[in-house]
Structure formats: structure tokens, C-alpha cells
Ligand binder design. Structure first.
Ligand code: HGY
Ligand code: MN
Ligand code: MN
Length: 428
């Protein structure tokens, strides 16, 4: 059947099978599942490779063609009537934080496969092919920076630099990537930067806004700016008991003073909603009775207003060049930055239509528009093709935590809104 884009959209939405969706979410969550209900499936680890094999088998069982590109981005393709047309792309990432939840990223990949299953059930042939993607290394927690897969897909020249990134055990992203590709030698290789008609990503909000408004679906208008820095404080290791306080070059004391200044900045700029996280600390030699010789910590700073991040960077540079830092030597390196993203109006309107129909049929409140506090692969796809996002609420606004959760009804509504959006785009 080759319905109009509106008929296809409504049929696809109405054929979403909630049971099947929730079942598939918990199956994927079993790869790296933790006793506390969370998931630990960092990018290109053994469990991540096992989860990729599961997704490949699932997609093939639904009649999809599977492909993989040089950055190990996995694509699951449902042919259309005209396969020369650029596909409509949906999906998200399947890697998680070290202590992640069952939904961050995984939900968007699974819901993308559910859209294909719904179209199959409805017997709909869309004009365009549809592809569901599982991006590599969105989180950036094992190998920095984040969104490596999607940013390299959009601009392949980025991959060479990413390959040199190393994890805490000294393994390079390049080595992990080569093993991941070798593990799926049965999957045809695809070019990067292939033309796409559009990209729609369904994701949990990971924040408190939708829940506070008691609204099940959100139209995402954009993503706030983000910058990551690595601060290194070089002091001198010495004995904790024999070294007088005035003869120390204590890297931790210096790091603490610098960190204090950063938190003071965030407090002074609270009205701008700037968000500061000093998430990862490395101390050498990390011994209770040796004065730290070297301390490295990361900065994750975000704001909707780019000027605030510029002020932060100026303050950071000024701080490490004054007595706050002496006598240790302190350096700060920015290793990830992405200015704020705005999704095109027409894509937001289509998402709003999809969310409105799903919410109305379910007797729920109508969608609201919000800006994402978290970053997503969509922040790079927006440079490649018309892009948009759909949000569902996070219970207590919690994410990057084992207790991350969303009401099952809301998960199903999100998949229905995604099915409508993807089917409408693929039928025109
Ligand atoms: O950090 C982020 O915003 C994303 O969840 N990785
Ligand atoms: Mn995510
Ligand atoms: Mn995340």
C-alpha cells in the first residue's frame, strides 16, 4: 500500500506495539545490566559489541539490510519504493555511561526499530527508504569527546583525530574501533556522510521539565552549548609526614583552589542557568601518605548563552595564570566544544503535529517546546540534514544514574510520535 504521507503517518502511529517496544528495551538493557537496575555498556566494550550483534540480528529478522561505516556506526535499512532517494534517518546511541540507565540512547534505537516493525505490520511501503542508526560513542565517557560517531559521519575528517583518544587503560579509540569492525565482518561497509533526507531522534529528556508540567511529549527546539576541558596541575610528590606545609608544591591543594574559583563563577552566574561539573579526577600517585604530584580533572560546562561560556573560559585562563595556581604549573585544554543548536521550524512543526495526535488520542496534555540540557547526536546531524528531536519525561528528572526511568505509557507515546514523524517524512 502506498498511502499519502498523512495516512502513512497515522497508520504507522496506530500500529506501534507497546508490548513489543517495552520488551525490546529490556532485552537491550540486559547487555551490561547491573544488579541495581542500571546498565554499564560503555562504547566498544565487550558488552557493547554483544549488544550490537543483538541489534544486527533483530534488524535482520525484521527484513532490514544492515550496514556499518568506518566509525562503526550501525545502520538498519528498510527499503522504500524509490531506493535512490536519500533515506529518512532515525535512531540514537546504544552506548551508556559507566553507571547508566536503560533508556539514555537505547530508547531511541529501539523505538526506531519499532517504527519499522509498525510499518511492516501496517503493510506500508514508504516512498523513501528508512534507516535506523546506532551511533558510536555518543557518551564520550570512555573515549573523549562525545558524539564521535555522529560528528565523524557528518565530517569524516574528524575520525583521524578521534582514533588517538585513549581510555583509562591506555587503549586507543582506533584500536577499539578496529576490533569492533572486525567483529562484524559479515556486515557490509557503508560510506560516511551519505546524503540523508532528514533525521529525527527520540530521547528521554533527562531533566525535570516535562515531568513538572505533567506533559508526556516534548518538541525539542534545540540543544544548549557545551565545552569540556582537561585541567592538569603539576606539583611535586613528597612525604605527607615530614614535609612542612610551607615547603610543599601540593598539586591537590592547587587543583582545589582552581576548582573553588570555578564553582564561585557558577554561583555568581546562577541566573544564566550555567551548569558546571568536575566529573573525573586522576591523582598521582593516589596514595594516602604522599603529597599529590599531579592532579588532573575534567570540566563539563554548559549554557544556552554562549557568552557565558566565553566568560567562563576567560576566567579559567586568568585563574591558571595567577597566584591561585602557583607554585604548581597548571594547564587547561579544551577537548570538546559545540555551540548551541537550533532545529528548523518546519521539523519542529511536524514533530508537534505527531506529538499532538499521539497525546490527544491518549487523552493526555498537549506537547510543549523545550531546549535540551543534554547534548545528542542530533547536534551534529543538524549540519547534515533537516533534524529534530522528540522528548519523553524522565521520572524525577534523573539520568546518568541507574535509577533512570520513564513511565511505560510515555515510552509508548514517544514511539507513536516518532512513527508518525518518520512515516510522514518517508512518504514525501
Ligand atoms: O552528556 C550528555 O549530555 C549526553 O547525555 N551524553
Ligand atoms: Mn543520550
Ligand atoms: Mn547520556
Amino acid at each position: 500500500m502506498n498511502p499519502t504521507d498523512l495516512q502513512a503517518a497515522e497508520l504507522a502511529q496506530d500500529h506501534v506495539n507497546g508490548e513489543r517496544l517495552l520488551e525490546a528495551i529490556s532485552s537491550l538493557a540486559s547487555f551490561g545490566g547491573r544488579d541495581d537496575g542500571g546498565v554499564s555498556r560503555q562504547t566498544l566494550t565487550e558488552v557493547d559489541l554483544a549488544s550490537r550483534r543483538y541489534l544486527i540480528d533483530q534488524a535482520r529478522s525484521m527484513g532490514c539490510e544492515v550496514g556499518i561505516d568506518e566509525c562503526a556506526n550501525l545502520f538498519f535499512r528498510r527499503p522504500g519504493l524509490d531506493n535512490d532517494l536519500p533515506p529518512v534517518l532515525t535512531g540514537s546511541h546504544a552506548d551508556t555511561q559507566p553507571v547508566g540507565g536503560t533508556l539514555d540512547g537505547a530508547y531511541g534505537v529501539i523505538a526506531g526499530l519499532e517504527v519499522i516493525a509498525a510499518l511492516n505490520d501496517a503493510g506500508i511501503q514508504t516512498l523513501r527508504p528508512i534507516e535506523v542508526v546506532a551511533w558510536t560513542n555518543e557518551e564520550g565517557s570512555r573515549f573523549g569527546p562525545g558524539t564521535m560517531g555522529s560528528s565523524a559521519f557528518v565530517e569524516p575528517a574528524r575520525l583521524a583525530e578521534y582514533r588517538g583518544s585513549r581510555d583509562g587503560d591506555g587503549i586507543s579509540f582506533g584500536e577499539a574501533l578496529d576490533s569492533a569492525l572486525a567483529a562484524v565482518s559479515d556486515v557490509p561497509r557503508l560510506a560516511m556522510a551519505r546524503p540523508m533526507a532528514s533525521y529525527v531522534e527520540l530521547h528521554i529528556e533527562q531533566g525535570p521539565i516535562l515531568e513538572a508540567e505533567n506533559v508526556p511529549l516534548g518538541v525539542v527546539d534545540g540543544i544548549q552549548s557545551v565545552r569540556w576541558y582537561r585541567v592538569e596541575c603539576q606539583g611535586t610528590m613528597a612525604h605527607a609526614g615530614t614535609t612542612p606545609m610551607d615547603r610543599r608544591n601540593d598539586a591537590m591543594a592547587t587543583a582545589h583552589r582552581v576548582a573553588q574559583r570555578l564553582y564561585e563563577f557558577a554561583a555568581a552566574e546562577a541566573a544564566t542557568q550555567v551548569r558546571l561539573t568536575l566529573g573525573r579526577w586522576l591523582v598521582e600517585p593516589n596514595s594516602v601518605n604522599t603529597i599529590p604530584g599531579r592532579v588532573e580533572f575534567t570540566i563539563d560546562v554548559r549554557c544556552v548563552d554562549e557568552a557565558v561560556l566565553d566568560r567562563f573560559e576567560a576566567m579559567l585562563n586568568e585563574t591558571i595564570n595567577t597566584q591561585v595556581a602557583s607554585p604548581a604549573t597548571v594547564t587547561a585544554t579544551c577537548f570538546f566544544r559545540r555551540a548551541s543548536t537550533k532545529f528548523p521550524e518546519h521539523m519542529q512543526r511536524l514533530v508537534e503535529k505527531a506529538c499532538t495526535r499521539a497525546a490527544t488520542l491518549a487523552g493526555r496534555k498537549l506537547p510543549i517546546t523545550l531546549t535540551s540540557g543534554a547534548f545528542h547526536d542530533a547536534m551534529y546531524l543538524v549540519d547534515h540534514c533537516p533534524t529534530s528531536m522528540i522528548f519523553v519525561p524522565s521520572i524525577d528528572g534523573v539520568s546518568h544514574n541507574a535509577s533512570e526511568a520513564t513511565a511505560p505509557d510515555d515510552l509508548v507515546l514517544g514511539a507513536q510520535a516518532l512513527a508518525y514523524t518518520v512515516a510522514a517524512l518517508a512518504s514525501s
